[in-house]
Each structure stands twice: as C-alpha cells, then as structure tokens.
Write a protein that binds this ligand. Sequence first.
Ligand SMILES: CC(C)(COP(=O)(O)OP(=O)(O)OC[C@H]1O[C@@H](n2cnc3c(N)ncnc32)[C@H](O)[C@@H]1OP(=O)(O)O)[C@@H](O)C(=O)NCCC(=O)NCCS
Length: 448
Amino acid sequence: MEEPQVKDEVTEDSESLSSWVSWLRSVAPYMHAIGGQTIVIAVAGEMLAQGKLNSFIHDVSIISAMGTRIVLVYGVRPQVEALMNLKDIAPVYVDGVRVTDPEAMSCVKEAAGEVRLDIEASFSQGLPNTPMAHSHCRVISGNFVTARPLGIIDGTDFQLTGIVRKVDAEAMRRELDNHNILLISPLGFSPTGEAFNLTMEDVASSIAGALKAQKLVLLTNVDGVRRFDEVVSELTTEQAEEFIEKELVDEEDRYNLGYAIKALKQGVERVHIIPYSLDGGILAELFTHDGVGTMLTEENLESLRQATIDDVSGLIKLLEPLEKDGTLVKRPREKLEQDIGHFIVLEHDGIIYGSAALYSFPSEKVGEMAALTVHPDYQGFGDGERLFHQIEKMARKAGLTKLFVLTTRTAHWFLKRGFRAATLDDLPIEKRNFYNWQRRSQIFIKDL
Ligand SMILES: CC(C)(COP(=O)(O)OP(=O)(O)OC[C@H]1O[C@@H](n2cnc3c(N)ncnc32)[C@H](O)[C@@H]1OP(=O)(O)O)[C@@H](O)C(=O)NCCC(=O)NCCS
C-alpha cells in the first residue's frame, strides 16, 4: 500500500499563510458585493493587438466565477487598420470618425470575426495551474444590437459607419440568466439586413444602459481621466459634465467621459475608465478601495453619515480586530444594535471603513467620543480628523460644552487635536461609576 502523504512543517510559512488569509478576507467584502452584478466590459482592440488577451481573459474568468453576469464588448480599430494597410486601402477619417465604405467594411467584418474567435479560444482554456482550470466559461455572440447609419453630416456621407439604435436587452438577459458570457462585436445590424461599423464605446455604453448594469468598465489606452497630469480617482456626473464643458481635460478623456455620462444617465451605477496596459488592472479596480483608474458615479460615493441598523455587520468587521488586540472596548452585537443611533460611519462603495460614536450626558453638558476608528489600510488620509470634526459638530449642536475620550493607545492623536489629560473627577458621575480599572484607559477632555 502507498504511504499516505504527510504535511511538511507549516511554521516556516505561517507568516505568509496568515498574510495570505488576511488578504483574502480583506477582498471578501468586494466579492460578496459583486456577486449577481451585471458588468459590461469594453476592451480596446489595442490591448488584444499587444498580446494581452490571455491574461485579461484569466481575470474575466475570475470575476465571472464570483457569480457576476458579464458582457464583453471588443474593439477592432488597430486590427482593421492593419488589414486595410495590407490590402492597400487608404483609411478616411472625418473629425476622428471613420468613413466606412464597402471595402473598409469587409476589413471590419474580417477583423471582428478573427478577434471574436481568438477571444472564444482564450475562454476555452482550462490548463491546470492557471486561473482558467475548472472555469468552463460558455461564450455566446449574436445580433443583439440594432444599428442605424450615422448618415450625412456637414456634407460627408459616413456610409456604413453607424450608431446604436436599439439593444435587445431581454434576449441578453436570458443568456446571462443561463450563466453565459456575452461576447459582442463593434458591429450592429439594421432591419434592412445591413451590417454597420460602430464604436466599441457606443456599443458598450448602450448595452450597459439597456441592461441597467451595475458597472461599465472601459479598458482604454489612457490611465483614466487626467487632470494636471494626475489621474482623478472619482468623479460624479456633474463634475464630468463640467470637465467636458470647460474643456478641463484632453480630447481623449472628453470622448470617454461622454460615453460614461451617457451610461450613468441611463441608470448604470458605476463607470470605470482604466488602462489596459496594467496587468490585472480590472481586478485592482474592482477589488481595492482606491482602484487604479477613474470611477464615475451619479452621486459622490464616499459618505460620512449617520449609521443605520444595516451597518451593524460592517461595523463589527471594522471594530472586531481592534477589540481583539485591546485597542477598543469589546462591544457585543446586541450592544451595537442598541447603540447604532450614536454612531456615524464612513462608507465607500458600500464598505464601512471608519466610525465614531457620540454618547451625551446632557445634565453635565458633556459628551463622550467613542469607537473612533479608521480601517488600517486607509489611515493617515485625514479621515480620523473628519470623523472627529463631525462628532464635535454634533456635540455642539446638542448643547454640550465638553468632549472626552478614554484611550489606551492614541493619547498623542488627541493631544494634537486640542484635548488635555484629565482625571476621573472630570467625567460625568454615571461614567465614573463604570470606569474599567483593568483597562486603565487614559482620559482626555476638550472644551467645545
Ligand atoms: C486614531 C485613528 C482613528 C486616526 O485615523 P486616521 O484616519 O489615520 O487619522 P488622520 O489621517 O486624521 O490623522 C493621521 C495622523 O494621526 C497619527 N496617528 C495615527 N494613529 C496614532 C496613534 N495611535 N497615536 C498618535 N498618533 C497617531 C498619524 O501618525 C498621523 O499623523 P500626522 O498627521 O502627523 O502624519 C486611527 O489611527 C485608528 O483607527 N486607530 C485605531 C483605533 C483607535 O485607537 N481609536 C481611538 C480610541 S477611541
């Protein structure tokens, strides 16, 4: 009989194992949030031409494995250019838009067919030791997009260049319900039986809007929306409109923003503009707090607000590690549920990453700030200060004249913000009676 396998000593690797476990746990909230979401991903033909297809498909298969509904729209601009070059056909552009004559159209069809087959082949991989092992991604394409000709503009007949007229959202939903990935070319078809050459961005934003997708991801050749050479990480529709109107960003960004705004106005929750040049960029954008490109939403995503009962689980996740290491006093779930009205939270994209609570002692006109916390990954950006200022504001509004805190590890943070060391006698009687002599917290107080 073969000897059963035994494990090697784990101790050596225990540090990397534990950091791996804590990394996976930190990603879990994003995984839970993304399950069931409809995500439309537009991938520029340039990315595929640069040989990045396989690693990108690996990433898409990971996102798909989390129970998302994926529509993949691809562009073919460089592939069409290459074919036209090969066939000695001169491209014609007017105001940056291609005039698609029948000869150019045959190149568009050829390029779209070839790219489609490459993507389907890539989705069919299943080699062991790759992210595609056991993936079984089924890919469906079809005539889901109806197009109409762009027409004659300022005397130029754009011929077979078209724009999206309608999307068969119902048929697409049926395929997504069946756990199929939809693969859509930048071609649309008219009731007269013609094919039209569309832009990838038009197709992707129209589909995202028709499906009321949670996310539209545009993988482009820019890093995101750039202002003063820096990528803007978040924008609201209103800000994006101002960027376009006042020409605060360059033409390429304005082009992307136009489609992003169109999608948001049709009910898409978030649009992400990210660079295709970054390996794993789509994973980093969807599963990290700051992302890698620009995220657009109708409203501001980051909010400092009153906590509600729905925040209790998020608060537990935030506070528990600090309770375990003794930084904060343990608050059982029932206590948090009872006290939720005292809490304010910082939320970003559905994740609670900061909190503070205010307990008032009106007869003594004193308040206690408790559970002031910012998730370790996001400390040092002024959020602790924001929470504190909000609590100060609330305390003043409630007519309190002093604010105190009990802390074992954060003395200097409070001293820097105008608190002074105090004694038990400075606390309201009720609090004095419950002082925990084992914790021996230091007391700091501030006049408001
Ligand atoms: C205290 C805390 C809320 C600050 O959050 P934050 O978002 O990092 O705060 P800010 O960005 O506004 O302030 C950062 C500054 O505080 C300093 N700081 C952070 N933790 C500190 C601590 N324990 N002691 C002293 N200073 C501290 C940082 O060094 C930084 O200093 P700088 O501005 O001079 O560079 C956060 O560190 C935290 O959650 N700590 C664990 C929980 C805790 O101790 N809460 C207080 C008990 S009631």
